[in-house]
Design a protein around this ligand. Structure first.
Ligand SMILES: NC(=O)c1ccc[n+]([C@@H]2O[C@H](COP(=O)([O-])OP(=O)(O)OC[C@H]3O[C@@H](n4cnc5c(N)ncnc54)[C@H](O)[C@@H]3O)[C@@H](O)[C@H]2O)c1
Length: 445
């Protein structure tokens, strides 16, 4: 039993015990049952999708999927029937048959997985539901994809790996920031060798979410609660996903260990004091999440990574996105690039001209279709790539090992913070396969 289990049980009380299944499911699967790296599956001509959790982000994915050829949303699930009704109206307006709706409470995704003929169960639910939904999907013969992070504990990361290997189903971390315009440009340049060997990278999720966390709808209903339970990096994937690609994580290198530190917790308390009367329940909450968390990761090949988390303080948005190689570097927010021998010595190349020169081919081809989609279009490209890989029977850009390794930073950072920043080792979720898996293939369509 890990030190996280009591925390998880606390959450399960609030979610009707749904994730108890996740905690125990498949823990008994012997690693030997995994017969090899699971990275691809037979092509699917028309991908039939069950969508679970149609709130802010799920709604955006539903709209994207309706514009992507070769897929149909045939079932929808949400605890709020107005959201499945909204999705059904979008689906029928797009000229497709009305989906079957599953609205009988927080466990109804199990019925969806058990009864529907689907190729993919894709969810954008609160964090505590990601793992139970993905496990139910794979157990019932469906591929599965999730919003981020995939899992909040090491046990759950392993459960996903074991489920994917046992049932031979994709289990995909849908990290949209991998597909943003600067991140794709940088990844393309890395693959071309423009920065030389990549030695160091920095990323993060620095976003003032205070008003969202205290809203009486959407994420306000569930996200703030995690800040009363865990102190670490609760949302590592946006910063770490793109730099994991640049450093070939799980594809020639892997995360080895991390050390993590959190500073004081002030932002949520101060917001509550400024916005709620003394007797309000929000004023009685006690937050343990440090407002700024910094983790340092060493990779097996000796590379270094800094990943930050900060969602409780006033500040403009940043994911940092720094990638340093032996021949130059990129730094985001604002976008700047320096490659030795190109342009003036000691001087950044910056601004829109960067994209004129170095744009990723996929962005060039798809920008028009992506225009207007969530988060500047990157969400459309991520959904497009998922469906394309499934239709062609190719490995998905991120696989279950990426989902586990990147999401495990949540648990490992909490562990390190709790013990005066001691180094904590990453499990090798690939069991050695990181040495032979080829790099992510999003350079070309
Ligand atoms: N990649 C991104 O940029 C991005 C942005 C926002 C949110 N997210 C992620 O998307 C997920 C959802 O976030 P959101 O902002 O859409 O939250 P939200 O609260 O707006 O939506 C969650 C939806 O799930 C439904 N739901 C809750 N429990 C359910 C259950 N057991 N079964 C079925 N439906 C259930 C809710 O009714 C709601 O409609 C989270 O994992 C979050 O981290 C990612």
């Amino acid at each position: 039993m890990t030190q996280h289990d009591p925390t998880r049980r606390d959450f399960l009380k609030t979610t009707g015990g749904v994730a108890v299944a996740a905690a125990t499911f498949d823990r008994a699967v012997d690693a030997a049952q995994a017969t090899g790296p699971f990275v691809s599956a037979p092509p699917i001509e028309m991908v039939r999708i069950g969508y679970v959790g149609i709130g802010g982000q799920g709604g955006s994915h539903v709209r994207n999927l309706l514009k992507i050829p070769g897929c149909r949303i045939t079932a929808v699930c949400d605890i709020r029937s107005e959201r499945t009704e909204w999705a059904a109206s979008q689906i029928t307006a797009a000229g497709h048959p009305a989906p079957t709706a599953y609205t009988r409470g927080p466990n109804d995704f199990v019925r969806l997985c058990e009864t529907e003929s689907l190729d993919l169960v894709y969810n954008a639910t609160p964090w505590e539901f990601h793992v139970p939904i993905m496990l139910a999907a794979m157990k019932n013969g469906k591929h599965t994809a999730t919003e981020v992070p995939a899992a909040m504990t090491l046990d759950d990361c392993w459960a996903l790996v074991e489920g994917s290997e046992k049932y031979r189903k994709h289990c995909v971390l849908m990290e949209n920031c991998n597909y943003d315009r600067p991140e794709m440009m940088v990844y393309g340049l890395v693959r071309q060798g423009a920065f030389g060997e990549i030695l160091h990278a920095e990323g993060g999720y620095l976003h003032d979410l205070r008003s969202i966390k205290f809203a009486d709808s959407g994420e306000g209903l569930w996200r703030r609660a995690w800040a009363t339970k865990l102190n670490g990096n609760l949302y590592p994937t946006h910063g770490l996903g793109p730099i994991a690609n640049c450093l070939d994580m799980n594809r020639g290198d892997r995360f080895d260990y991390l050390v993590s530190m959190s500073g004081p917790s002030r932002g949520l308390q101060e917001w509550a004091k400024d916005h709620f009367p003394p007797e309000a329940p929000q004023r009685q909450e006690k937050y343990v999440l440090g407002d700024v968390n910094v983790s340092l990761i060493k990779t097996a090949n000796g590379k270094t990574i800094v990943v930050q988390h900060g969602t409780n303080l006033p500040r403009p948005y940043s994911r940092i996105h720094l990638v340093q190689g032996t021949k130059g570097l990129f730094q985001g927010y604002p976008n700047r690039l320096y490659i030795e021998g190109r342009g003036k010595a000691d001087t950044w190349q910056e601004g829109a001209a960067l994209f004129d020169q170095y744009e990723h081919p996929l962005w060039k081809e798809i920008a028009e279709q992506a225009a207007g989609a969530g988060h500047g279009g990157m969400d459309f490209i991520e959904d497009y790539r998922l469906i394309k890989c499934l239709r062609e029977g190719k490995p998905t850009d991120f696989n279950v090992y990426d989902a586990a390794a990147i999401s495990s930073v949540v648990h490992l950072s909490v562990q390190s913070v709790a013990k005066r920043s001691v180094p904590v080792e990453f499990p090798d979720f690939t069991r050695g396969r990181w040495k032979t898996t080829p790099p992510v293939a999003i350079l070309h369509m």
